[in-house]
Write a protein that binds this ligand. Structure first.
Ligand SMILES: [Zn+2]
Length: 298
């Protein structure tokens, strides 16, 4: 299965360049080719911007096996609608997943930035992944750091950065993580971490500007970092503190805001952790079953 995500605001509204490596794919999609692989198209019943049309307006673009689903009771931003989440999940024993934390299904290291924590400061803190085991660093170049700022939605564009920008960002990130963890565990803040975050928050932030085509926020790396620090200040002094939770995958170490009813959410995200835990649990069960049957036959 292949998923191609076209970012409407960046690409279709031409507010920013897309990723170069996908240029060829995007050119092909822009030409509205017919698509021959089996396809399910989706639209949302309650989308106020584009009314559901049963797929009729694009049905002729798909020549293979085809089905259309209209999602009942769902509004404009389909992935964020809670109703789509699967039903109740059973609690499973924790599993060790250090290697899988940073690899995709094909075994390659997955370098995509992920935004699942419910607050940019928490997502930022999570860019050092698997803190208790492999400690995988996402900010390896100034470009990767700037990509995070843009993909987070905090800013629309960032001026090119230097190594020193990475160092400052990592320092703020580690301070944010320390403060978030202290707050989550009901412990005291570390004074040095407070200073680092407050200094970054005091720096002048990126300011959104109104343009004929909408809002546009241009930033330097420091201005973008200031926005992250301000989010941390707001978060840690705000009403979401009691909802802070660490992901149920012991290797993950992401902290997220659990807004689910009864705070029953177990994972930072199904794609990032929930599914991996399930797959690992399945393999573990299978292994046990095979061992048992081997013992029986020998
Ligand atoms: Zn997780």
């Amino acid at each position: 299965m292949t998923a191609v995500v076209v970012h409407h605001y960046r690409r279709r509204l031409s507010l920013a360049d897309g990723e170069r490596r996908y240029d060829a794919l995007e050119k092909r999609l822009a030409a509205r080719p017919t698509i021959g692989v089996p396809t399910v198209t989706l639209d949302a019943e309650r989308d106020p911007f584009t009314a559901p049309g049963g797929g009729t307006s694009y049905r002729d673009r798909f020549t293979g096996l085809y089905a259309h689903r209209t999602l009942p009771g769902i509004g404009h931003n389909v992935p964020r609608r809670r109703r789509l989440r699967a039903g109740r999940r059973r609690r499973r024993p924790p599993l060790r997943l250090a290697a899988e934390m940073v690899t995709g299904q094909n075994g390659d290291v997955n370098l995509d930035h992920v935004f699942v924590c419910g607050n940019p400061a928490l997502d930022f803190a999570a860019t050092l992944r698997a803190r208790r085991s492999v400690r995988f660093e996402m900010f390896v170049t100034p470009e990767r750091l700037n990509a995070w700022y843009v993909e987070s939605g905090l800013v629309d564009a960032v001026s090119p950065g230097q190594e020193a920008d990475i160092e400052r960002a990592r320092a703020v990130r580690e301070a944010v993580y320390q403060l978030v963890t202290a707050r989550r565990l009901g412990e005291e803040y570390d004074g040095a971490s407070l200073t680092v975050v407050n200094n970054a928050a005091r720096t002048s932030p990126a300011v959104p500007q109104l343009t004929p085509s909408g809002r546009w926020t241009q930033a330097t790396p420091d201005e973008a970092l200031s926005l992250v620090a301000r989010h941390a200040v707001e978060l840690l002094s705000g009403p979401d503190v009691p909802l802070l939770k660490e992901c149920g995958n012991p290797e993950c170490t992401r902290t997220y805001i659990d807004r689910s009813r009864g705070m029953r959410r177990q994972w930072c995200g199904m794609d990032s952790c929930g599914n991996k835990i399930k797959a690992a649990a399945y393999r573990a069960r299978k292994r046990t079953a095979t061992d048992t049957s081997r013992r029986r036959t020998s």
